[in-house]
Design a protein around this ligand. Structure first.
Ligand code: HPA
Length: 302
């Protein structure tokens, strides 16, 4: 598996403790972000009247959305300086710029997960690059296990909040002041107006869309039944291995975030089935028509 060059770090010596710590060098980090942003801008120069301000991140099952999009430009992640390369199954690894529902959009076909071995700086690198290019709205989609009894495959759940305080924080490290504040409020990570728009679109299109709290799990192993019971007690509705680091990073820099999950399985311990990637991919593809319809309707209404 190919790893992109790690986000730049510099070593500092903490005299009182007598050890060396590696921390991110923000100056070099900004330069890498600008370099990737400049490269993408140069690839789409002259192709749009105005550069896309919407980014859709395609989770499992959303691949067919690229068929509804009139593609103007495809850029391989491996050609973008500093971009990681996605290794997860079903994640193509390209950035698409095109037209969907009469709007200019970017689509990430393939994202980066912590469980692949990337640092959170690498997982969220693309979010900051997109923010620098001028993205103002980000729609994140994912596959998730249902924790509430009434969230069953292959339903869709709009994410209204998340649980992640037990995971490594996405914004850990020297704060990139250029993007946002050191201690960002987390009360409105998922845009309220966008949640209402998703509800309205779902109603119009006959999609049974619920709302719920997404619990972030670092993976790659699925959760244990005991972990699922704990998450249910804490108020989680569903659980998955993506989305939260990106949502936190995007809202930190003022990008408005919407997210929805496709419930692909009942979470561990809730059914007699063994959890498997095959079931996740099969259910995500079963829901693909509704997922794509919800995305299109959302984009048309924002
Ligand atoms: N747990 C974590 N991630 C997932 C699941 C799950 O049950 N289903 C799909 N992604």
């Amino acid at each position: 598996m190919t790893f992109a060059p790690a986000v730049p770090v510099r070593s500092i010596r903490i005299a009182a403790v007598g050890s060396d710590y590696m921390i991110r060098d923000n100056g070099e980090y900004y330069r890498q972000i600008d370099k990737a942003a400049d490269y993408i801008k140069s690839c789409i120069a002259g192709l749009f009247e105005s550069s896309p301000s919407i980014l859709i991140v395609l989770g499992s099952g959303l691949g067919p959305l690229t068929d509804s999009c009139s593609i103007v430009k495809e850029i391989k992640y491996s050609d973008i300086p500093g971009f990681p390369v996605s290794t997860a199954p079903g994640h193509a690894g390209k950035l698409i710029a095109g037209r969907l529902a009469d709007r200019n959009v970017f689509m990430m076909s393939g994202r980066f997960h912590y469980y692949e071995g990337y640092s959170l700086d690498e997982v969220t690198f693309y979010v900051r690059v997109m923010g620098v290019i001028g993205v103002k709205t980000m729609l994140l989609t994912n596959a998730a296990g249902g924790i509430c009894e009434d969230m069953v495959p292959p339903e869709l759940v709009a994410v209204e909040d998340h649980l992640s305080f037990f995971a490594e924080p996405a914004l850990r490290g020297p704060n990139p002041d250029r993007f946002g504040v050191r201690f960002p409020d987390q009360s409105f990570v998922y845009d309220r107006e966008y949640l209402d728009i998703m509800d309205k679109v779902a109603k119009e299109r006959g999609i049974n869309l619920k709302r719920g709290v997404y619990a972030y799990s670092k993976g790659p192993q699925y959760e244990t039944p005991a972990e699922i019971r704990a998450l249910r007690t804490l108020g989680a509705s569903c659980v998955g291995m993506s989305t939260v680091p990106e949502a936190i990073t995007a809202s930190h820099m003022g990008i408005r975030v919407a997210a929805f999950s496709c419930i692909t399985n009942m979470a561990a311990g809730m059914s007699s089935n063994k959890l498997s990637e095959a079931e996740v991919l099969a259910m995500a593809s079963e829901a693909s028509g509704e997922s794509c319809s919800l995305v299109e309707g959302f984009i048309a209404n924002i």
